[in-house]
Design a protein around this ligand. Structure first.
Ligand code: FES
Length: 348
């Protein structure tokens, strides 16, 4: 500590006549001037002050670089988010922001802090005056010889601060973004929509063999994830339809939403022998011939069925949209085919 209070932390040479035995090891040793009136020059030989690297400046630079990377990545995240967002970029920048901070703090602790454990012999009390002065000097120095500890601390503060500010962006955006409204209740199927393949070609009534299966979409929206529908020709087995659905299955065709009612995975496996549909995600099984009722697994309700028709021109068409929302349940949903529909007040 300089007489005028100037902090010489990290200076390898803090001497009033002592040699500098620390050399490149600023934390290890040095001699300290204790200022006016305390002219005792006391060597600070305390292994507890040593840091575990020979070149602390390098370690400091590395820690500073980590914090700078974190700040820049977080600012980049804010910009990307403000411009509309891009999931992969946001994920990478978020990882850099958090990772830079984490690696910086870890490196700081690992390379720039004294590493214990330490064993200290018991000393006679009271301590000699020289030891007490040495301790005071070391304490004033901040115990470790990191030259730019304040600078690193500010960088770490900046990284945390910027990250905290950017963290409220999603909340701010939620304030002005509209809610989905009833957009989740509908697909693109309309009365008269032709069923088309993924390549847009319309499906004719005799295109699918008995026992065959095809993924279809509403015309003009081939590939739409929400509208994707399984079209199955169920063979000549009498189809057990739910009440009110007697006209929904011309030529033995059954059309069910492909989105599992559990978590929305595609129900993609048709087991022809047992006339069942299987969702591979969590093994929900739906009976094909009875309204796609779930008989196993976590799916809570029937797959929505698309009413289809053949109005004489050979094309398969939708009679209407699905009669209920497709996919997994969500709040505000009004559905009629839950397995255990809530009782009405009158029915209780
Ligand atoms: S998403 Fe189909 S069973 Fe879970």
């Amino acid at each position: 500590m300089s007489p005028g209070g100037e902090d010489e932390i990290g200076s390898d040479h803090m001497s009033t006549g002592g040699e500098n035995p620390g050399g490149d090891n600023p934390g290890g040793a040095g001699s300290t001037s204790t200022g006016s009136g305390a002219a005792t020059a006391t060597a600070v030989e305390d292994i507890r002050l040593e840091i575990p690297v020979q070149r602390p400046r390098r370690a400091e630079n590395f820690v500073a670089l980590c914090f700078v990377v974190s700040v820049l990545a977080t600012i980049g995240l804010a910009i990307t988010y403000s411009l509309g967002g891009q999931v992969q970029a946001e994920g990478a920048l978020l990882g850099l922001g958090l990772g830079g901070m984490g690696v910086g703090v870890a490196a700081w602790g690992k390379y720039l802090m004294p590493q214990g454990p330490f064993v200290e012999d018991r000393h006679e009390l009271p301590k000699p005056e020289s030891d007490r002065r040495a301790f005071g000097a070391a304490f004033s120095r901040g115990s470790v010889a990191v030259e730019r500890r304040g600078f690193l601390g500010k960088l770490l503060g900046a990284a945390i601060g910027v990250f905290s500010i950017v963290g409220i962006f999603p909340f701010l955006r939620s304030l002005y973004n509209p809610r989905p409204g009833n957009a989740l209740d509908f697909t693109f199927f309309r009365r008269g929509s032709r069923l088309v393949r993924i390549d847009g070609r319309p499906v004719m009534a005799d295109d699918v063999d008995v026992g065959g299966v095809l993924t279809v979409f509403p015309e003009g929206h081939a590939g739409d994830a929400v509208s994707q529908t399984l079209l199955i020709r169920a063979s000549s087995v009498p189809i057990t339809t739910l009440p009110g659905r007697e006209t929904w299955s011309p030529h033995g065709y059954l059309a069910y939403s492909k989105l599992c009612t559990h978590a929305g995975c595609p129900v993609s496996l048709y087991q022809q022998q047992v006339q069942q549909l299987l969702c591979p995600c969590h093994q929900s099984v739906f009976t094909l011939l009875n309204g796609a009722r779930p008989i196993f697994g976590p799916a809570p309700r029937l797959l929505p069925q698309l009413p289809i028709m053949d109005n004489g021109d050979g094309f398969l068409r939708a009679q209407s949209d699905f009669q209920e929302p497709v996919g997994p349940g969500f709040w505000e949903r009004n559905t009629s085919t839950t397995l255990n529909p809530p009782k009405t007040a009158a029915g209780q």
